[in-house]
Design a protein around this ligand. Structure first.
Ligand code: IPD
Ligand code: CA
Ligand code: CA
Length: 254
């Protein structure tokens, strides 16, 4: 790999410093709407610009796909970036937001990093080499009873016009679990499954840049990745990740 996890961490942490500068000056934060209920701020744009410049300087052979700037150059080997996942939370001064950076080569996720600067947590993984939080190996929870589980999800707030807006599914699962959380960043949610803080997470209608890094981190920590029917793989439009022990219990409720 032409970049090490250590070098990637330095770059992503530098991006986090840019995000925190804006986060500490929210009263002057420029914010606009890309579409109803879908926000972008000057921080999203500044972080993505820094990452595109820096990553393509380090690895000119890789293209780039950022949520705010779109796809450029080689898309067979590319960085997939969500500069701030959880922009709405960020804009309100809440702590659950993350910078998500993944490297995908020929359709395979090879490296992933999710940095939550306000939580001071850095998650990363390299394919086949395990998952880490702040340099310490992490793994999924050992919760085997759905009734005792804590699950996370996100509502298709941006897509509430959808007939399947996740509310009925959430109601079914909430009745069968002890804890339910909607933190506001799918990228961070996936890392919480990897770290055993959540036992499962699901969401619909996401994009690859929301989930690429978090999905690799979760998988390297022992999580299952399927669609809502249990088909194995990464399906941003129907992502379900579990600690493996709960998959068969949660599928009938999806
Ligand atoms: C959003 C977050 C949120 C999810 C939304 C996404 P953004 O990403 O991941 O948790 O529920 O669907 O759009 O827009 O803040 O990058
Ligand atoms: Ca996102
Ligand atoms: Ca974003």
């Amino acid at each position: 790999m032409s970049i090490s996890l250590t070098t990637l961490e330095k770059i992503v942490r530098d991006a986090g410093a840019i995000a925190l500068t804006h986060f500490r000056d929210l009263k002057n934060l420029e914010i606009s709407k890309k579409s109803p209920r879908d926000f972008v701020t000057a921080a999203d744009v500044a972080v993505e610009h820094f990452l595109q410049e820096t990553l393509t300087q380090h690895c000119p052979e890789f293209g780039f796909w950022g949520e705010e700037s779109g796809q450029s150059a080689n898309q067979n080997a590319r960085w997939i970036v969500d500069p701030i996942d959880g922009t709405h939370s960020f804009s309100r001064g809440q702590y659950f937001w993350g910078i998500s950076v993944a490297l995908e080569v020929d359709g395979e996720l090879m490296m992933g990093a999710v940095y939550a600067p306000a939580l001071n947590d850095y998650y990363c993984a390299e394919k086949g080499a395990g998952a880490f939080k702040n340099g310490i190996p992490i793994k999924v929870s050992s919760e085997s009873k759905l009734d005792d589980a804590m699950i996370g999800t996100g509502f298709a707030c941006l897509r509430s016009y959808l007939e399947d807006n996740n509310l009925a599914r959430f109601g079914r699962i909430a009745q069968k679990t002890t804890g339910q959380r909607r933190f506001g960043s799918a990228a961070v949610d996936l890392c919480l499954v990897a770290d055993g803080q959540l036992d499962a997470f699901w969401e619909q209608e996401l994009n690859l840049y929301d989930v690429a890094a978090g999905a690799l981190i979760a998988k390297e920590a022992g999580a299952t990745l399927t669609d809502f029917k249990g088909n194995p793989g990464l399906f941003p439009k129907q992502i379900l990740t579990t600690n493996g022990l709960l998959l068969d219990q949660i599928l009938p409720l999806m």
